[in-house]
Ligand binder design. Structure first.
Ligand code: NDP
Ligand code: GDR
Length: 373
């Protein structure tokens, strides 16, 4: 009998990579997708199976983390061996605009799932993975951050995830459930949502390189992050549920870079010159070692990076750096793709799509290209 997994957030970046991994491992995969007015399964369409197939190995169920009855019914129907709770309102900046909704989905949604597992009497059979986050460290209390570093959340998103984190620990201690927190640092890929910073940069600059846009609007480009590749990180999500005892793990690369670095790598990869404009950044051109007054006038393919206050957060997480030693020691896990390699992959994918847009434009089939977020 193959194992059965239920994934919330299956249509998201991690959900898609995890689905591929579990299918490869012979699992029957069930996923919860939200009803939307347009198609929202692009990231998993390549593994989707016709539901008319008598025994599909991937099955989608309509649902929502805000709906207790729906979650309970799906859990009862699927009787999963493993639940991966990846569903969330996952955008930190958006959480300041929709704090109550974010809490409902990210905090209470986790409680709903755990309580439904208990209500159905599945505590013994169903293992639970919670998508916890380095955002819990917020205003960091020590560097690098480990499983023991105190938390100091800095956004409604992080506060909601903190509630979820402790709910998982509590259900483990109170009811003996196999429930784990993966404290994952930022991880990206060509499937990353377009409004997260890495994808916004690779997509925006690829569009600029193809003459579709001329300016990239950014917030705090001096923020420091520990970036890894989503494909590496979903391996750990699975590994954490295969141990004898449940535990919580930091998953990180152990290396830190600035948003500015990521912009520079992308521009170098595309061969375009950058000009930074905005508060405190008086027209400094970088890349190509061309600086200040010597910077040549912008030409086609050059990019303006304009700092826009709109993309600053009311409270910022300035710096994050994880220490993944425990994962390495106890689970034998190590990341295989560096942030620079990942950036190259993302640029290449976004350039392909920008080229398609440019070709259509050349033939009078203009399509709107937005770098707004
Ligand atoms: P995405 O934003 O790409 O995916 C989020 C998923 O959650 C989507 O499938 C989305 O559906 C779904 N979702 C949103 N709201 C609801 C809801 N109300 N009910 C059910 N499903 C919902 O996130 P990632 O794949 O990047 O991240 C996966 C998880 O890991 C998230 O919980 C995130 O907070 C957490 N995390 C992510 C990190 C990262 O760097 N990527 C790092 C640490 C933690 P739809 O497609 O319809 O929008
Ligand atoms: P983060 O990721 O907030 O760390 O949360 P994001 O990519 O949104 O921001 C990273 C850093 O870049 C700065 N920044 C900008 N960010 C965005 N989105 N847009 C901009 O224009 C911009 N300019 C600068 C941000 O201020 C921030 O410092 C992600 C999400 O995936 C969470 O769900 C997850 O929990 C954490 O990573 C770990």
């Amino acid at each position: 009998m193959s194992k059965r997994a239920l994934i919330t957030g299956i249509t998201g970046q991690d959900g898609s990579f995890l689905t591929e991994l579990l299918l490869e491992k012979g699992y029957e995969v069930h996923g919860i997708k939200r009803r939307a007015s347009s198609f929202n399964t692009q990231r998993i369409d390549h593994v989707y199976e016709d539901p008319h197939n008598p025994s599909p190995r991937l099955k989608l169920h309509y649902g929502d983390l805000t709906d207790t009855l729906n979650l309970t019914r799906i859990l009862r129907e699927v009787e999963p061996d493993e639940v991966y709770n990846l569903g969330a309102q996952s955008h930190v900046a958006v959480s300041f605009e929709a704090p109550e909704y974010t809490a409902d989905v990210d905090a209470i949604g986790t409680l709903r799932l755990l309580e439904a597992i208990r209500f159905l009497g599945f505590e013994e059979r169903t293992r639970f993975y919670q998508a916890s986050t380095s955002e819990l460290y917020g205003l960091v209390q020590e560097t690098p951050q480990t499983e023991k570093t105190p938390f100091y959340p800095r956004s409604p998103y992080a506060i909601a995830k903190l509630y979820a984190y402790w709910t998982v620990v509590n259900y483990r201690e109170a009811y003996g459930m196999y429930a784990c927190n993966g404290i994952l640092f930022n991880h990206e890929s060509p499937r990353r949502g377009e409004t997260f910073v890495t994808r916004k940069i690779t997509r925006g600059l690829a569009n600029i390189a193809q003459g579709l846009e001329d300016c990239l609007y950014m917030g705090n480009i001096d923020a420091l992050r520990d970036w890894g590749h989503a494909k590496d990180y979903v391996q750990m999500q699975w590994l954490m549920l295969q141990q004898e005892q449940p535990d919580d793990f930091v998953i990180a690369s152990g290396k830190q870079h600035s948003v500015r670095d990521f912009i520079t790598w992308s521009a170098l990869e595309l061969g375009i010159r950058l000009r930074f404009e905005g508060q405190g950044l008086d027209e400094v051109a970088i890349v190509d070692s061309v600086e200040g007054d010597d910077a040549p006038a912008l030409k086609v393919g050059d990019a303006i990076v304009r700092i826009d206050q709109r993309y600053y957060r009311p409270a910022e997480v300035e710096t994050l750096l994880g220490d993944p030693s425990k994962a390495k020691k106890e689970l034998g896990w190590e990341p295989t793709i560096s942030a620079e390699e990942m950036c190259k992959e993302m640029v290449a994918e976004d350039l392909k799509s920008a080229k398609r847009h440019a070709l259509l434009k050349e033939h009078g089939l203009e399509m709107p290209v937005s770098i707004e977020n």
